[in-house]
Design a protein around this ligand. Sequence first.
Ligand code: HDE
Length: 751
Amino acid sequence: GQALSAGMPDNPNLAGQYGEAARAPAEGVHVASHEALATASTTGETLASPKVGDGQPALGENARNATLDGARADDSGCVLTTNQGVPVGDNQNSLKAGLRGPTLMEDFILREKLTHFDHERIPERVVHARGSAAHGYFECYKEQSKHTRAAPFAKAGKRTPVFVRFSTVAGERGSTDTARDVRGFAVKFYTDEGNWDLVGNNIPVFFIQDAMKFPDLIHAVKPEPNNGIPQAASAHDTFWDFASLSPEITHMLMWVMSDRAIPRSFRMMQGFGVHTFRLVNAKGQSVFCKFHWSPMAGTHSLVWDEAVKLSGADSDFHRRDLWEAIECGEYPEYELAFQVFTEAQAEAFPFDVLDPTKLIPEELVPLIPVGKMVLNRNPDNFFAETEQVAFCTAHIVPGIDFSNDPLLQGRIHSYVDTQITRLGGANFHEIPINSPLAPLHNNQRDGIHRQAINRGRVAYEPNSLAGGCPFQAGAKGFNSFPASVEGDKVRGKPEKFAEHFAQGRLFWISQTPVEQEHIVHAFRFELSKVQTVAIRQRVVAMLRNVDETLAQRLADGLGLALPPAMPLVSMLPMPTYPPSPELSLFFRPGKTGIHTLRVAILVGPGSDGAQARSIYASLLADGAVPRLVGSHLGKVDTSGGAPLAVEVSLETGPSVLFDAVVIPDGQGAVQQLGSDANALDFLRLQYRHCKPMLAVGAGKSLLDKAGIPATLPDGKPDPAIFIVASGEVVKAVAAFKKALAAHRAFARETD
Ligand code: HDE
């Protein structure tokens, strides 16, 4: 509370951002005296779960926490030791022969410290290197035993602990969060019958149809190998060269050029298993299934100009957003749904369900909601948890099985394989974050960094010397679904795989005009960055098969004559689909209102302090995250009430970090802000990015100074600009909140 001046409500988000210590810095973090040192324990005590911030679920709520507690280490009150537990007397100076002499070889303390440091890094993930993760649980709504015997779906109300990692694909570990890219959405369920990893993306289809092409795709999109440019971007020649020669990519390109590829938050995007999987029930009967996650906060995205500027303002934007929401107790929630269909149904679809470049429209197979996931705890240690977690598509449990999707089949190999390099050996399942909650017993032994101390002389099966243990589970265990297989060994694809455009068209016609506009702009941006004209032409030729107006607009935007359409390769008639409204981002506005949305209240000397306080309190009461933003930190005197303390300076908190802005009344403040280029930029970008703006009394003249009109080009009032007199604030704040819940007013868009 100290950061805020008298009369300001307590804002829990402040603690969320920096921890309690930031609100009331503790005096000195060192153990004060040698006396205290002498009595301090030398044995690191295990932390009994509570942690900094509010993002702490009740003890015992998540079984995963209890087991991870065994590995959690806390140094508070402990003496510094070597890795062998030897107390260290001096951690500042190496051991030398004389004060100015050479360092001695025998300084095992220095050598241990440097050696460990030298080996701190592990290889980053070859894709999805940049990620952020959280703990939580999955709760089943209703038992799904008709379709699957998988443990998480066994009973209404049953909770299964989960660990979830969100990621971008192309960028390296330290790259920006808001790059245009697919987002990974990987969920590890610690089920009663072993770990199930549902390793999905925020887009329901993929770039390619066969695992054989994955290394080529990734080599094309990653920074070009000669100069390592560009980082975390697909807007370069090699990606589009590959894309323009791989028409199967078309449908995915439509998604990646849409605003799906620049989410506002990990908490505001869908997740998809992508492939067709199998569900298998206790009787051994199987249906096909696609998995869908939908966020309770709705699907919301950034706009492109904002995403670009965010990379400079806060390249950890998504990581911070997730962390803060959880620390504040605003736990992200997602609903899981099954799309269940039979083999016979699949036969009748105009596409092949084994083709991961195709989705199943919800009109064809509706979603069955089966449970929700709640993320309620941040990791304690980024490396130990977020970095070392190993998701593998091969990790499935009884009740789930694979389909023959040739992309999925390759993934079953790739993920386990990559962990062996990344995590340094075959025992990566023993790393705490990866180890199952279900008991683990087998005859696998040894290997680098083995942790388990397996007892006895028997490490084989069948055996009699250990009573036959561990024994096979038989019908109770995992048994692959006996799908029948026949055919010649061939390298090739079924005919339906060769139709590449109908679903790209379905996506296009299902988008609102605003979304279509953004798709055109994204293609134009990416292809304008491409230097080779023939590549630009090939992409336009490809897109003629999706939509002629899209292709024409793109050709115009690139200064190209419209090239002939790319020849179709499929002999089958092209399917047609009616528009599917579910494919629009606007279809799921969400249920969380203005919760966690960030609002800047611009203040300066002479602001109406009482008004600023009451708007702040009102936004906070509805779950938003208000901040007092001014030219620089420090107190500003107000025209009414106590001074205000600026919480965020305009230099460090530019417009893109806020979802909306309020300018309280106050002639002096408006004058001062009007002479600050950062303030005027702030308002212009709020306007440009279609965000709600509220100006009270004198605040209007600041909008005027920034050149912001209150009406749309057609003369109608702007639905998200509120200019009111001081007496109308209460009503105006209510209308402002409504506009904020809708995020943006695209009617105003000028880009
Ligand atoms: Fe991945 N992918 N992938 N992928 N993928 C990896 O595994 C791979 C694909 C996805 O947060 C790697 O542990 C192949 C589709 C996510 O740790 C690697 C193919 C989908 C993550 C790998 C695909 C994904 C990965 C790199 C085509 C969505 C991050 C490090 C045959 C359904 C998981 C690692 C995390 C990570 C291979 C295609 C999603 C190399 C060979 C399709 C979310 O194993």
